[in-house]
Design a protein around this ligand. Structure first.
Ligand code: PAD
Ligand code: ZN
Length: 369
């Protein structure tokens, strides 16, 4: 298959709007899949690049929370065929490295290398402009009318699942619900605090509700985020712009919570989450901090057997977790409709990022075609 012309939102350098441009897209090579993007969510991880907090290969098509329809497949592709509906994975796990073999595919050596380079598994991207390579955020590049992804980066879903809702499973929902269920394995009846209730944090809240947590304490600095958190299952809310969130949480859940989640990506709020956890409690850092940031913790607290861990992609095992999340949505137990605050055309992408930066939305989606 030859090259196709696509429209995409391209990042060139920080603090500049993305450029909506025509690019050439090379057809899928062996083990790759051409996907028409139905929708791509606007995640704060993309905004970190635009705001210059985290580096990325340039130029790059951003967007890593996408779903669409398979248009063509390269040689040897067996798990999907043209016409299939798919959710895209930004860590295309190889299935064979030491991490994949022990059941931690979100830490896959090859998938993480491709993701951080913004390429396919062979180290090259499929987008180009005037013959020069254009990289693909998370091996996806979802802010485009079409993209090519590794077969390992596609998960087939049932055809009656709405694709705009399905897109959210590709990052925010998987990351948030997965942090609760896969990473923390929250026990029914236990108390949970969630610091930061944006697109990902709201999914930590609903993951805690799904897991049967007791008190679910949502913390944010914006009142409308706290209202949303109540809709997603929070039993208590704390406005951190009005009171000390650590004191408030320790008052609501005496001694601290069993599990504290940080879902912003700031050293100060990581520390707050850690201080909210009780003796023996677990702190899970979901937020992506600025490059080079360090976190300071009270060393004495380790004597109380407190634990702190990161959570990458919600510990995703995409071929297992995505169909489960689809079933939960289709049976009315997972909220996705309520997450979509706004829908933008590709040309509105910079407005979508401005709205995210101002905290106006739970999630926006872009529909590129
Ligand atoms: P978002 O901007 O939608 O949400 C952030 C929320 O934090 C907003 O509601 C803010 O109002 C709130 N907030 C800001 N400052 C404070 C504060 N001091 N105290 C309390 N609340 C505050 O972002 P998002 O939900 O799309 O992403 C959140 C983070 O998660 C971000 O760092 C992103 O890069 C990261 C992420 N991590 C993974 C992963 O694999 N670990 C995946 C996807 C996103
Ligand atoms: Zn994301």
């Amino acid at each position: 298959m030859g090259k196709v012309q696509v429209k995409a939102a391209v990042f060139y350098r920080p603090h500049e709007p993305l450029a909506v441009q025509e690019l050439e897209l090379e057809g899928p090579r062996a083990g790759e899949v051409l996907v028409r993007i139905a929708a791509c969510g606007v995640c704060h991880s993309d905004l970190h690049f635009i705001d210059g907090l985290v580096p990325i290969a340039s130029p790059s098509v951003l967007g890593h929370e996408a779903a669409g329809v398979v248009e063509a497949v390269g040689a040897g592709v067996a798990s999907v065929q043209p016409g299939d509906h798919v959710v895209l994975s930004f860590i295309p796990s190889c299935g064979r490295c030491q991490y994949c073999v022990v059941g931690r595919p979100n830490l896959c050596t090859i998938g993480n290398r491709a993701m951080s380079r913004g390429t396919m598994l062979d180290g090259t991207p499929r987008f180009a402009r005037e013959g020069r390579p254009v990289y693909q955020m998370g091996s996806i590049g979802g802010f485009a009318s079409y993209t090519v992804v590794p077969e390992a980066g596609c998960v087939k879903i049932r055809g009656d699942m709405p694709l705009d809702r399905a897109a959210l499973l590709g990052c925010g929902v998987m990351t948030g619900v997965g942090a609760v269920i896969n990473t923390a394995r929250v026990q029914a009846g236990s108390d949970v605090a969630v610091v930061g209730c944006g697109g990902v944090g709201l999914n930590v809240v609903q993951g805690a509700a799904l897991a049967g947590a007791g008190r679910i304490i949502a913390i944010d600095v914006l009142a409308h985020k706290l209202e949303l958190a109540r809709q997603f299952g929070a039993t208590h809310t704390v406005d951190a712009s009005r009171e000390d969130p650590v004191e408030a949480v320790r008052r609501i859940s005496p001694g601290g919570v069993d599990y504290a989640f940080e879902v912003i990506g700031r050293p100060e709020t990581v520390r707050q989450a850690f201080d909210m956890a009780r003796r023996g409690g677990l702190t899970v850092v979901v937020g992506v901090p600025p490059a080079g940031a360090e976190v300071s913790l009270p060393a004495g607290a380790f004597l109380t057997e407190k634990t702190i861990t990161g959570s990458a992609y919600g510990g995703a095992r995409m071929p297992v977790d995505v169909p489960r999340l689809v079933e939960l949505y289709m049976s009315g137990r997972l909220k996705l409709d309520e997450l979509i605050s706004r829908v933008y055309p590709l040309e509105g992408i910079n407005d979508a990022f401005d709205a995210l930066r101002r905290g106006e939305v739970a999630r926006s989606i872009v529909t590129p075609l």
